[in-house]
Design a protein around this ligand. Sequence first.
Ligand code: ADP
Ligand code: TZD
Ligand code: MG
Length: 579
Amino acid sequence: MSVELQERTEGTAVEGEALTDGFHLLIDALKMNDLNTIYGVPGIPITDFGRLAQANGIRVLSFRHEQHAGNAAAVAGYLTKKPGVCLTVSAPGFLNGLTALANATTNCFPMILLSGSSEREIVDLQQGDYEEMDQLAIAKPLCKAAFRVLHAEDIGIAVARAIRAAVSGRPGGVYLDLPAALFGQTMNAVAGAQSLVKVIDPAPRQLPGPEAVDRALNVLKSARKPLIILGKGAAYVQEDETIKKFVETSGIPFLPMSMAKGLLPDSHPQCAAAARSLVLKEADVVVMLGARLNWLLSHGKGKSWGEPGSKKFIQLDIEPQEMDSNVEIAAPLVGDLGSSLQLMLQGMDNSWKQPPVAWLDTVYAKRDANVAKLTQRVGADTTPMDFSTALGALREIIADRPDAMLVNEGANTLDFARSIINMSEPRKRIDVGTWGIMGIGMGAAVAAAVETGNQVLAVEGDSAFGFSGMEIETICRYNLPVCIVIFNNNGIYRGTDENPTGGEDVAPTVFVKDSRYELMMQAFGGEGIYATSRDELTKAVVNAMDSGKPTLVNAIIDENAGTESGRIGNLNPQSVVKK
Ligand code: ADP
Ligand code: TZD
Ligand code: MG
């Protein structure tokens, strides 16, 4: 250890001088910026930090695995517009949290991963410290920004940088590397307090130029078949009233991406969700609000988008480099969504003409026909349950409880739930997001309960649940109002695959038949219920939602009912060579 570091670690206290240390400076810096919840896993070198944080009024929620703590932090960031904070130990704990940090960045959710790390001098000389790893270097390419703090007096500015990096512009994940020695460093308490930084206006408004607004309005006015696409960026910004006003003033049909469902209710007269294929194919001008033209929208081109060259895109996004990422954007509007929409609305006053009636009639006729078909399907009452039967039951329960938070992952379980369960309030649906990642379920459920206080319903494929299943202990420990429904179809996509060799091993997609997941919940004192019919499922979930007790319902689904990869089978390469 250098002499300088030794002095810092041991302090150079003048007798009688009040001291603070790295532990307390970090706690004070977080609290000063209103970051009052930490999701993490304790251990060297941050165990005492967690204890002290709790003692100083921060809510410290411990998980069983860092990935789920990280997913909880990311979801907290999405729901609150403040960076969610995740805390991990060095090397392996850090790596476990890193998946969540990368996923948060991919989804544009603000989050800060605080990780303890080993002794710098030993790590840099690669001398084999306990949990040695050059974490900063590894985190850097996987998140929006990454910083290391070596001196206690820099903690304040480092936390400020991390917050601003996480929430300004396009939000994302930030890594803060905290070597063990930092925590014990002491300094004068008054100087320490002065070193803290309260971040002023962390996500400043950013207004597009007037010419960009005019351009967007002109393209929009030229439209004969306009369409609005709402993405989870539009849900994130919490400009619900402005978005509603823009959609309703424009009179344009809108299509919500999955996590934007409920931003305007799925039952809204302009909702075109049930006519998705038609509007994507036929629209001539598409207004993108906080949504990207990535794989989820077939990159804005190809068969699902109709004739090549038949579309013009107006894109509202805070990230300039999003423009032209996949196709030409005729009218890029770079700025924060609220400001950009207000400027658009100003330009739409009085002179604004509603879209042609022929277009609206076509869209809504198709929608109504599809909704009628769906309504009939979800009235089904088959035993064993298929996806329509089970989701039909949950659809009614959510319709009665519009403020419930819905968490959803799986393949068929995700795709069917997305189209069957209507949402009617903003930011109530949390799912696998941009990566289609499995494993967000229990972390998201914890954060949804903690950050909103509302009842949570987690609709989980049996495979999807397995990625984070141990966190049901966390849910029971904190007594959170979470009801998990496992769609148990004995495997990934379905439970019927066979080993073609006739060998002893089952097929790679198949699990233990009739697994009793509900017993896992009972092991931790929660309610565990086995449900084989629509009626049993409804009763179990209604009870759970009314009581708020941690509950796991093992919903037995016909193992034949699913399809390969749910609704994205087209992305799944399949061998045509018979061997
Ligand atoms: P979805 O998956 O629902 O289509 P995406 O995650 O692809 O949504 O897109 C979200 C978009 O929202 C990102 O391009 C991001 O830059 C953008 N965004 C985030 N915050 C803002 C904001 N304040 N103003 C405008 N756009 C924003
Ligand atoms: N690992 C991770 C982290 N993310 C993934 N998306 C996958 C693996 C691959 N995968 C999917 O894309 S869906 C899925 C996996 C393993 C599980 C589907 O099975 P399920 O849902 O039981 O959750 P259904 O209802 O049986 O289709
Ligand atoms: Mg399954």
